[in-house]
Design a protein around this ligand. Structure first.
Ligand code: EPU
Length: 282
């Protein structure tokens, strides 16, 4: 697909078009596409849902969506293999039905498994690195490479992976009490529904939490809850979320980010670091 809108490929529902958008059918197809792009010197970008802002000018080169990578299977010893495009809610539902514990922390995270691995998604209860056993990647030459978690340095909101595309992940879970797992997931989902704007398009948390503090608390203290530029708004519910209340442009979000950072710096002396990944052309 050429000049394809990326709005429906991001949870923010914002952003310009992809010069070329490709949705490989499976790993073999993905390997072929990657090898071909390399041969033709076409840059590749993988879109995957949350914590992403695509600028209004869109993305040049080839954008790959893992929208068809939706398989999950159970392997021995309480291991699940999930393809990169599987949504976290789907994966958690699958684990809960099999009484497998370990992913409850992710209840309500809307991202894909691949996205959550790449950014080591996490909450107060846990993070991706706690469960990752190994990652299946497609390297820049289009070859399948499996990497053990022991060889992946993880840090706050980042997995230090070699260049390539996360095609799938093995997760080491543990047998648990079905009712207890379900209860934890439900309670956590409720907490998120109560405290986060889950019904409006957003990109999750915009800023990283500074050490020992909360970006949401700092933005609220700077008086910016509800602040708006165009259709981009600092959420009234959680100040570390920005929501798209209509047809927000990336430009509006970026202007709002600038204002928020300046106000927080002035009020608290803290420089907020972006958790949101900004990509594409202005
Ligand atoms: N707070 C405010 N005002 C706000 C929002 C929060 O004062 O507008 C205060 C709360 O009252 C609370 C504290 O800040 O005392 C922490 O708030 P919360 O429990 O909502 O957690 P958070 O630190 O703001 C983190 C993750 C979220 C994750 C939640 C829930 C980061 C940057 N954020 O938020 O992750 O959903 O915990 O576990 O790590 C994301 O990564 O995209 C994300 C949203």
């Amino acid at each position: 697909m050429c000049d394809a809108s990326l709005q429906s490929y991001t949870s923010f529902r914002i952003g310009g078009p992809a010069e070329v958008l490709v949705e490989p059918a499976d790993v073999d197809d993905l390997c072929r596409v990657v090898a071909q792009a390399r041969a033709e010197k076409i840059p590749i970008f993988v879109v995957g849902g949350t914590n992403l802002l695509v600028r209004d000018g869109g993305i040049r080169g080839m954008v790959i969506s893992l929208g068809k990578f939706k398989g999950i299977r159970q392997e021995p010893d309480h291991v699940l293999y999930a393809e990169g495009g599987v949504g976290m809610p789907t994966l958690i539902g699958y684990a809960v039905r099999r009484s497998l514990a370990g992913l409850e922390w992710g209840a309500g995270i809307p991202g894909t498994v691949a996205g959550c691995v790449v950014m080591n998604a996490g909450t107060r209860l846990g993070e991706m690195k706690d469960s990752v056993k190994a990652v299946r990647m497609i390297d820049p030459r289009g070859r399948v490479v499996d990497i053990s978690a022991a060889d992946i340095p993880f840090s706050y909101r980042r997995a230090h992976l070699p260049r390539g595309i996360v095609a799938g992940v093995w997760l080491q879970l543990r047998p648990g009490d079905h009712e207890q797992i379900e209860k934890t997931v439900k309670e956590y989902l409720q907490y998120r529904k109560d405290t986060q704007p889950l019904t409006l398009p957003s990109a999750g948390c915009v800023f990283k939490n500074p050490p020992q503090d909360s970006a949401g608390r700092l933005v609220e203290a700077a008086g910016l809850k509800g602040a708006r530029i165009g259709d981009a708004q600092v959420s009234e519910k959680h100040a570390n979320f920005m929501v798209n209340v209509g047809h927000a442009r990336a430009e509006d979000v970026l202007a709002l980010i600038k204002n928020v950072r300046a106000a927080v710096k002035k009020k608290s002396g803290v420089t907020l670091e972006l958790e949101l990944k900004v990509v594409g052309q202005a």
